[in-house]
Write a protein that binds this ligand. Structure first.
Ligand code: AHG
Ligand code: MN
Ligand code: MN
Length: 328
């Protein structure tokens, strides 16, 4: 197979109209930011580069920010040139950052996913969701509604993973493609992400078991019962603590990821954020033949009410996710 660069892939897969050109440029800008983030991470821990330290601020979600959360957010904002982005929405920003009055797009980003793993030499990532701007007036309250579109309206979504490889999984609405950074350029991998209909691995933070709702408890018990239980198969368990790393594995091997609602304070609607994490991942998952739900509703059909809204997130192989939903 001949090497195909991301730029070339986008040329073939995105319409060359105004919005398409903006979309292509935005994705290429994000790639530039990802190279800065990956390089910083490669050198993390050196005396002048301490990326895991807390830098004081509490972000809009109440999480304390680490140096890399801030570095990644800034690298992404600075990368935008000729991208026609009206507004940038970030897990690390209180509110919309208004950019170009005539911008055609809005973008929602989790600049650094997996913050708890920064100093552990484990995979972390950047997740993004790109939507068409609908508002006519360039003022915060109008632009806000552009970010609150249901996930099914996304034009593109993807995530970078900073791990053994710096890589990208991307959809522009017709299937999913994967890329790795080689000598400064993202090159398409031979592997086309596609989620098998059934898997035999589940990913959940088991330490929260005593807080789970009944369906989550029943579902995981059924997995643990293995061949003797209702699913009649044995499961293995994985939990990376970085959504991007767990998602990558599911694109490869299938299985199910669950961060359900639970009874802890502030977790009754789950932990993950709808517009920065659940929507972009759900778009990729559906494009790869899988399924994503909050237990009751498909993630991509949810109408967001607030930019920092959280949501229970369950995704992966279709049959496994259907089994979970049948318990609701
Ligand atoms: P972020 O670093 O952007 O806050 O996201 C962390 C997320 C996600 O990557 C992961 O799946 C989950 O939080 C882990 O949560 P627990 O620490 O509760 O297991
Ligand atoms: Mn995250
Ligand atoms: Mn984050």
């Amino acid at each position: 197979m001949v090497s195909v660069s991301l730029a070339h892939y986008l040329q073939k897969s995105v319409e060359p109209n105004q919005t398409g050109i903006a979309l292509t440029n935005t994705i290429l800008c994000l790639c530039n930011a990802s190279k800065i983030i990956a390089k910083a991470l490669c050198e993390n821990g050196l005396p002048d580069n301490q990326l895991g330290i807390h830098v004081g601020d509490i972000n809009s979600d109440g999480d304390s920010q680490k140096a890399l959360d801030v570095l990644a957010d800034k690298a992404i904002i600075s990368s935008f040139t000729n991208a026609s982005i009206a507004a940038y929405f970030s897990e690390e920003q209180e509110t919309a950052l208004l950019l170009e009055p005539d911008g055609k797009l809005v973008i929602c980003v989790d600049p650094l996913d997996g913050s708890s793993n920064i100093d552990n030499n484990l995979s972390v990532g950047t997740i993004f969701s790109i939507l068409a701007r609908k508002s006519k007036i360039f003022e915060p309250e109008y632009i806000m509604s552009d970010a609150l579109q249901p996930g099914e309206n996304q034009l593109a979504s993807g995530f970078f993973v900073y791990g053994p490889q710096t890589s990208l999984i991307l959809t522009t609405g017709s299937g999913v493609a994967s890329f790795i950074l080689k000598q400064g350029e993202f090159i398409q991998m031979e592997w086309e992400p596609s989620i098998p209909n059934a898997g035999n691995q589940f990913a959940i933070n088991m330490s929260n078991m005593r807080y789970w709702s009944q369906p989550a408890t029943d579902y995981i018990q059924a997995c643990l019962d293995g061949v003797d239980g209702p699913f009649a198969k044995n499961y293995n368990m994985r939990w990376c603590g970085s959504l991007v790393a767990d998602a990558w594995r599911i694109f490869r091997q299938g299985g199910i990821f669950l961060y359900p609602e639970d009874s802890r304070e502030n977790y009754h609607v789950g932990r993950l954020r709808l517009i920065y994490e659940a929507n972009p991942v759900a778009f990729l998952v559906e494009q790869a033949g899988g399924r994503a739900t909050d237990g009751n509703v498909e993630i991509l059909k949810i109408e967001p009410k607030a930019i920092h809204q959280r949501v229970p997130l369950i995704f992966g192989s279709k049959d496994d996710v259907f089994n979970y939903e049948s318990l609701y």
